[in-house]
Write a protein that binds this ligand. Sequence first.
Ligand SMILES: [Zn+2]
Length: 70
Amino acid sequence: MYYFTKEIIQKSIKLNGSIDETDLFGNKGEYIHYPGKRAKNQPCIKCGNLIQAKSILGSTSYFCTKCQKI
Ligand SMILES: [Zn+2]
C-alpha cells in the first residue's frame, strides 16, 4: 500500500497536480484520477467488474471489488 501511495503522489506532482484542480496561478494539473468521481457503476479497466463507491471518513472512495479490497 505504501509503495502505491508514494508512486501515485510522485506521478501527480510530476504532472503538476490533479486535472480537476488548479495551482496558485490558475494552471490546471494533468493528473487524471482512476477511478474518478464519475466512476461509480462504470466497468473496471482491468476486469470489467462495476466500480463501487463507498463513503469513508467523509470522503468517497471508488474501487473494484474484484481487484481491490478496502
Ligand atoms: Zn477490477
